[in-house]
Design a protein around this ligand. Structure first.
Ligand SMILES: [Zn+2]
Length: 329
C-alpha cells in the first residue's frame, strides 16, 4: 500500500485545528487583526476560546461559514471577550431580528448560546483576516447562507460543510426546498473552479489531493440531486448521529419518543411518505445495522469519533427566547 501523501502546507500565519464532532474544525489567522473561522460547539466554547487566545492572544473577528451549532457555539464567549462576529448576509439578518429559525437550532434540537452579528457578508466582499485579504464566496446549499473563504495568493479555500475529504454536506430539503441539492451542486462546482492549492473543510482532515476531493464530492452531490429520498435519509442520519453525540447517547427506550417529537423527523417522514414512527424505527434499525450507531450500557451512541459534552452545556435557550440583539457597533 502506498503511504498517504502529506497534506498541502499552510502558511505560517494560519493555524489549523482539526476537531472531532461535535466541533467543526477551526482556522486561526494571525496578524494585526487576528481572526477565527468557525468557533465549535457551545459545550466546548471555553476550550475554543482558550486555544485561540493561547495561539493568537486576542481574536478580533470570528467569521462563521454558516450558522449550524458546531460552527457558532463559541461565538457568544468570544464576543464577550471582545470579538466581532461576521456571517453571511441572510444569516446575519435573521440573527439580528432573532428569527426563531436561527441556527436551525430548535428544528435540529442543537443548542447555541445567543450571539449577535456585527458584520453581514456578501458575495465578493474582501475581508482582512490576520494580515491577508480573503474573498467571500457565497456557497448556498448546505444552508442558504453558507459561504466559503478564498485567499487567492496562497490559494487557500475554506469550504465549511460544502465538502470534506470523504463526503459532501447534507442538504435540508424539507426546510430549504427540493432545489437545495441542485444549489449545493452548483456551489461545489464554483468552489472546484477556483482550483485551490489547499482545501480546508470543517470536518475531517485537509485533503491531500484537492482535485480528487472535489471529484468525489461532485459525484456525491450529483447523487443527492438525482435521489431526493436518499438525500433525506442522509440528512436524517447526520442529524440523529449528532443528537446522540451531544447527549452522550440516549437511553435505548427513549430514542423513539425523542425522535417522534422532532420537527426534522416529522418533515423527513412526510417527504419519504412514511409515518414518523416508521421512519424513527427504520432510521434506528439501519444505523444499528451499518454500525453508525451502537448499543452500549443501555444507551444508543454514535459510533463516529466525538468529544464528550457536559449535559449542563446544552441548557441554553432556543433563539426564540434569546434576548434582543444589541444594535450594531
Ligand atoms: Zn453544517
Amino acid at each position: 500500500m502506498n503511504p498517504q501523501p502529506p497534506a498541502p502546507s499552510l502558511p505560517s500565519w494560519a493555524t489549523w485545528r482539526q476537531r472531532p464532532f461535535p466541533d467543526a474544525n477551526t482556522l486561526l489567522l494571525h496578524g494585526r487583526q487576528p481572526a477565527l473561522v468557525d468557533s465549535g460547539f457551545v459545550g466546548h466554547a471555553e476550550q475554543t476560546a482558550a486555544w485561540a487566545r493561547a495561539h493568537a492572544g486576542t481574536v478580533d473577528l470570528v467569521v462563521n461559514t454558516h450558522w449550524h451549532s458546531d460552527h457558532v457555539g463559541g461565538n457568544a464567549l468570544l464576543q464577550a471577550y471582545g470579538a466581532a462576529i461576521a456571517a453571511g448576509a441572510p444569516e446575519a439578518e435573521a440573527i439580528s431580528r432573532r428569527d426563531p429559525g436561527c441556527c436551525v437550532a430548535e428544528y435540529l434540537d442543537q443548542p447555541v448560546a445567543p450571539y449577535t452579528v456585527g458584520l453581514a457578508l456578501d458575495d465578493g466582499q474582501i475581508l482582512r483576516l490576520g494580515d491577508a485579504d480573503w474573498e467571500v464566496v457565497r456557497t448556498p446549499g448546505h444552508t442558504p447562507g453558507h459561504l466559503a473563504l478564498w485567499q487567492p495568493e496562497e490559494r487557500l479555500l475554506v469550504v465549511g460543510d460544502g465538502l470534506s475529504d470523504y463526503d459532501v454536506g447534507w442538504v435540508n430539503l424539507a426546510l430549504d426546498g427540493l432545489d437545495a441539492a441542485t444549489t449545493a451542486l452548483a456551489s461545489l462546482k464554483r468552489m472546484a473552479d477556483l482550483a485551490p492549492r489547499v482545501l480546508l473543510p470543517s470536518h475531517g482532515p485537509i485533503p491531500a489531493d484537492p482535485t480528487a476531493a472535489f471529484s468525489t464530492a461532485l459525484r456525491r452531490a450529483q447523487r443527492l440531486v438525482d435521489d431526493p429520498d436518499g438525500a433525506v435519509w442522509y440528512g436524517a442520519r447526520r442529524i440523529f448521529a449528532f443528537a446522540l453525540m451531544i447527549r452522550g447517547g440516549i437511553p435505548a427506550d427513549e430514542v423513539e419518543p425523542y425522535l417522534h417529537a422532532r420537527a426534522w423527523l416529522t418533515d423527513a417522514a412526510q417527504l419519504l411518505e412514511l409515518t414518523p414512527e416508521a421512519l424513527a424505527a427504520e432510521l434506528t434499525a439501519t444505523m444499528l445495522r451499518s454500525g453508525a450507531v451502537v448499543l452500549r450500557d443501555g444507551r444508543l451512541h454514535a459510533a463516529a469519533d466525538h468529544t464528550p459534552v457536559a449535559p449542563d452545556a446544552l441548557r441554553v435557550p432556543y433563539p426564540r427566547a434569546w434576548p434582543a440583539a444589541a444594535p450594531p457597533r
